[in-house]
Design a protein around this ligand. Structure first.
Ligand code: NDP
Length: 279
């Protein structure tokens, strides 16, 4: 049976170290968070980020908007935050209200304040393996988890299921930069099982509960479950059929308590790193 990868423990350690480092700084890093949607999950994520920041010693400024917010006003706010030396990181919680142009908003954030690493300068730097100012938090958290558990990437077959701009694609680039042989699968992929069966490390990020069943996993593979879906009974589940797959894998992340806490820890770390870059 697989060992469980304890993302909460690793994330708590990262946050503890950050808190210690921040005690020795003469000023406080500040993270601006823009919440311009009416999505209940987004509200929970923003509250979680706010809580973790205050525990560590990072100041947050949360800008909450109702649906009357215009593209022009949001652009104006981002320009102001870019120009404000007291703000070190800017995070736009996605998705935005449908009438807003998400790409235009993300693209005007100063790349040196782009704490999520979604600006084209940062994605381009990641693509070229040229030190992005910030690496997207979930991919970065997964890499840290793999490192922490001593999982070598060089020459390994890694299959990433899901090709979103925030998880799958940057993760595939990051792991390629670390010498893994990466296959990026998505909803149009033919015979997914044939591909996943070949994975030494299988990472699923689709939001599709029980997509990954035991027969899709090679014996002894490492399985990382990024998916988070809230069921009708309010329980959170991942993409992986955990109870069955754990008998096939050598290491597996739970949901919750796996990748999720690492995403927030890496957001904290990115905020601190951008603060150091600017000071
Ligand atoms: P998106 O909806 O943007 O992307 C989902 C991806 O999964 C798409 O590329 C889609 O393919 C692919 N996909 C969907 N169904 C299938 C299928 N049946 N077979 C193969 N591929 C499929 O989601 P996100 O990347 O934003 O998030 C994915 C999941 O991860 C969600 O559950 C989200 O809540 C969770 N998440 C968790 C985080 C954490 O910290 N743990 C952080 C961020 C997200 P196609 O492109 O063809 O449509």
């Amino acid at each position: 049976m697989a060992d469980i990868i304890d993302g909460k423990r690793v994330a708590d350690n990262i946050c503890k170290k950050l808190k210690e480092k921040l005690k020795h700084e003469s000023s406080t890093p500040t993270l601006a968070v823009i919440l311009a949607n009416n999505n209940s999950a987004s509200k929970i994520y923003v509250s979680a980020k706010e809580k973790k920041s205050s525990q560590i010693g990072i100041k947050t400024c949360i800008y909450r908007f109702d649906s009357s917010i215009t593209q022009g006003n949001l652009i104006k706010l981002i320009h102001e935050l870019n120009a404000d030396d007291s703000v070190n990181g800017i995070l736009v919680q996605l998705p935005l209200y449908k009438h807003l142009n998400q790409n235009e908003i993300l693209n005007i954030i100063d790349p040196k304040k782009d704490v999520d690493g979604f600006h084209p300068i940062n994605t381009g730097r990641l693509c070229s393996n040229l030190n992005p100012y910030a690496i997207p938090c979930t991919p970065k958290g997964i890499l840290k988890l793999l490192n922490e558990y001593g999982i070598k990437l060089q020459g390994k077959n890694v299959v990433v299921v899901g090709r979103s701009n925030i998880v799958g694609k940057p993760l595939a680039l990051l792991l390629t930069n670390h010498d893994a042989t990466v296959t990026l699968a998505h909803s149009k992929t033919k015979d997914l099982k044939k591909i996943t069966k070949n994975a030494d490390i299988l990472i699923s990020a689709t939001g599709h509960p029980k997509l990954i069943t035991a027969d899709m996993v090679k014996k002894g593979a490492v399985v990382i479950d990024v998916g988070i879906t809230r069921q009708l009974d309010k329980k959170l589940v991942g993409d992986v059929d955990f109870e069955k797959v754990k008998n096939q894998a050598s290491l597996i992340t739970p949901v919750p308590g796996g990748v999720g806490p690492m995403t927030i820890a890496c957001l904290m770390e990115n905020t601190y790193e951008l603060f150091k870059l600017q000071n």
